[in-house]
Design a protein around this ligand. Structure first.
Ligand code: IMP
Ligand code: MG
Length: 174
């Protein structure tokens, strides 16, 4: 299937918003050490950019879960493929995601993280598609709300491609 990618959010806009979010987060976590937990692979690009501009001490860790296959619809399940290196008990944890779509992935992750008893648990996502929500999930930090379209770039993929694009693009299938 051939596809075309058109710009939805320009690189400059993405970068500016990431700096804004980092400033807000730095203020909210003043005096604390922040544990950024990234959901691979999509969240990695955003988390690294975000971490650069956070001014409180930051520790990063990675987790890999499977929720989507190679298509564009949610499987509605989350399986841990790679767990965190460090326990999160007693820590101020911020889960960093690329996008919240149905909310299933984050809702599962949140329940799982809560059982590990962090001092606090919040979520930061670069993109949010509120119109697609099937499961209620509180997201404290949102970069951009976007319409119901399949997007790539800034860590997001279509069949593992386009993650490295510096802007958010909409995939149009021809
Ligand atoms: P949810 O469980 O439906 O909220 O899906 C979250 C995951 O689905 C994200 O972390 C992405 O990996 C993937 N996803 C959802 N929407 C898109 C999209 O528009 N482009 C690429 N991946 C997406
Ligand atoms: Mg993801």
């Amino acid at each position: 299937m051939a596809e075309k990618v058109s710009v939805l959010i320009a690189e400059e806009e993405v970068n500016a918003r990431i700096r804004e979010l980092a400033a807000i987060i730095s203020k909210d976590y003043e005096g604390k050490q922040l544990h950024l937990v990234c959901v691979l692979k999509g969240g990695a690009y955003f988390m690294i950019e975000l971490a650069k501009y956070i001014t409180v001490p930051v520790v990063i860790d990675f987790m890999s879960v499977s929720s989507y296959g190679s298509g564009t619809t949610s499987a509605g399940r989350v399986k841990i493929l790679k767990d965190l290196d460090e326990p999160v008990q007693g820590k101020d944890v911020l889960i960093v995601e690329d996008i919240v779509d149905s909310g299933r992935t984050l809702s599962c992750l949140k329940t799982m993280f809560e059982s590990r008893e962090p001092a606090s648990l919040s979520i930061c996502t670069l993109l949010d598609k509120p119109s697609r929500r099937e499961v209620e999930v509180d997201v404290e930090y949102v970069g951009f709300e976007i319409p119901d379209a399949f997007v790539v770039g800034c860590g997001l993929d279509f069949d593992q491609r386009y993650r490295n694009f510096p802007y958010v693009g909409v995939v149009e299938f021809e």
